[in-house]
Design a binder for this molecule. Sequence first.
Ligand code: GLA
Length: 346
Amino acid sequence: MERSEFGRLPGGEKVDAFTLRNARGVEARVIGFGGAIVSLRVPDRAGRMGDVVLGYDSLAGYLADDAYFGSLIGRYANRIRDGRFSLDGEEHALDVNNGANHLHGGRRGFHKALWTAEPDGAALRLTYTSADGEEGYPGTLHATVRYTLTDADELVIDYGATVDRATPVNLTQHTYFNLTGDPARDILGHELQLAAGHITPVDETLIPTGELRPVQGTAFDFQHPCPIGARIGGADEQLARAGGYDHNFVLRRDGDSLALAARVHDPSTGRTLEVHTTEPGIQFYSGNFLDGTTLGKDGHRYGHRCGFCLEPQHFPDSPNRPEFPPVILRPGQHYASRTVYRFGTD
Ligand code: GLA
């Protein structure tokens, strides 16, 4: 594993970049700041390598970023209504950073933390201690994330956490993919398949209403492969609220073993991406907030929908939804979650 300095924080702390490489020349580069994946080079059907993730050339980009490019997300991924929840009879107020709601762990969530990063065999191991009260969350939390690149072109991400007091935990990865390798192109032609028969529809502020709505016959039906752009402009209240897809899909699964959640195919290059996860949901976000103002890698201005995210997770606002799969971690318990991003061509 190659290690080099990526930049320095305003306080002078060094941020390193680590390059994981497999036997087939696939390469993932990760930095300690936000645990962000800054590049991911995989072959197309002709064997040509291309970088399939959005990001920045320098640390300054990640410091200023408000789109979560490539970052780890915590302590709680996605939204919590009004930034409030009660737990064991006590009310907690979180950082409110998205209208009236809390999003992605708050302004100083795990994406803005400097993780301790060390090679661990062929893997990269990142650790971060989130202090009691950070962004309003109760209890000290120790998080560990391990990135492993296998010779089967899989990026395996293992998340672990322990706490000294009960707290909600929902960790994920917020990489934006563009399988063409050319972010000047949008992702609307990518074909998406999701192992989901329901979504958790949202209100005007993108908080789940509590309903589990069947996707059958709607623009959210990706049970068979369908281009992302095929129905994105249709008249649909859910699409209108989010400006496109920005929804949690309820994965069809039994138990919590690793299962296929999503498959994406870019017909132009043949590149494919499969997402396997132990999580019960996946947020599919079609890059609706990208508007050409963000200056990314290699001088690219990231345009509308030039990247998509598939964020395996527990459902949004679960701390306020006892009917959703549970998200509270207690002392003595060990949080464990795994996601595999598997690349291929066809
Ligand atoms: C998540 C959210 C979106 C948006 C993006 C980043 O996917 O659900 O609403 O915040 O992150 O812009």
